[in-house]
Design a protein around this ligand. Sequence first.
Ligand code: GLY
Ligand code: MN
Ligand code: MN
Length: 446
Amino acid sequence: MKALALWFVAAPLAAQSLPPAREPVAELPGAGRPVNLAATTARRDALFSRLPPGIVIVPSAGSRDLETDVLQDSDFRQDDDFFYLTGLETPEAVLLLTRPADAPQRTVLFLPPRDPAQEAWTGLRLGPGPEASRLSGIPTVLSTEALDSVRAVELALASGPIYTVARGPASDSAVAATWARQGRRDLVNLAPVLDSMRLVKDADEIARLRRAIEITVEAQLAAMRAMKPGMKEYQIEATVEYVFRDRGADRVGFPSIIGSGPNSTTLHYDVNRRTIEDGDLVVMDIGAEYGQYTADVTRTVPANGRFTPRQRAIYELVLATQQAALEAVKPGVTVGELNGIARRYLREHSGDLCRPRTCDAFFVHGLSHWLGMRVHDVGDYRMPLQAGMVLTIEPGIYLSEERLGVRIEDDVLVTLTGYELLSGGAPRSAADVEHTMKHGATDAIR
Ligand code: GLY
Ligand code: MN
Ligand code: MN
């Protein structure tokens, strides 16, 4: 142990210059796409630059157990904060960032030692050593078995609190808690700092979101083409999720919502068992997850391919409301202001459609949320928009007595001068939706 401790003290002084940014690097053993070394390094540097001296501990997600976890939920998904700072999809790992007051910062990745018996079941895992260092861009990669001896060294060298991410009562890191207790340090929640960083997406994140959204747009088109009365909602769900996986999405970003007729007015309906009837509207709120990032795109379509005049009138009001909000998206505006613009537009353009009330009374959820690794992504909603933020714009009108719900939801990237509609490849106007459903072609739309 002593030898390890001495080595560790000496190593960081020499080893903190990062390997040159190359991307992509080779496939990681086991699960995981190549790490964007430049992006993950820049994020760790940005985190260092925002923090007073202290020790940061960010654990990865744990392994899932087929015997004890709910079966459908046994798919391993990395912890978002750990992924943000490392790009790695390996379980049971710990990231340590130390920022002493008067010495260079240190970054250490701890990985569980390789276990051939376990790997017979799980496949190859990334283990500690130079290969992991090369693939992760983190110069020092040690075994998790070294955590205790490293703790003694680090606590001796660095003052300040232990920072870790606490996103709920069960999410405190046991490793961080031990370090805080042993070192008699305060445990400080890193989530607000990480949230403000994650709110503004970098180029790597935007590329992942673009791919997730592109796949989701394809799934919307496939669902529109497949739709006909007599189908079960789950058959549309199956069409959607087939496209997701067929195009390389990792999983759904949230349970697919295929709500027909009365179910179109239930905001997060995901049972998807009803038979779709002639004359129904069908709300399809879906999002593929790709490379840890999720899309969130809703289209509402007439089951038989033709909106009734009443459905069309409500649809066009929702669409015009969305357009009014979209056109207001630019740096400096807040989500609250966008919400106000949408509600005012709905109120002022309701005419007799929702008599005796105005239609804003039936817009029963918020207009927008941040989008990223989580469908309702982290970030302070009071923050004025700035280039690189990604949000949804999703007005809706839900008339449950008429079994008629309409939601139109698009994903929007804030640019320096306004916005880019990332999900615009999915038909939005009533005419384009009908055209796609009739001809199964998108040439007139794109
Ligand atoms: N798909 C969930 C939402 O739009 O909030
Ligand atoms: Mn949404
Ligand atoms: Mn949605």
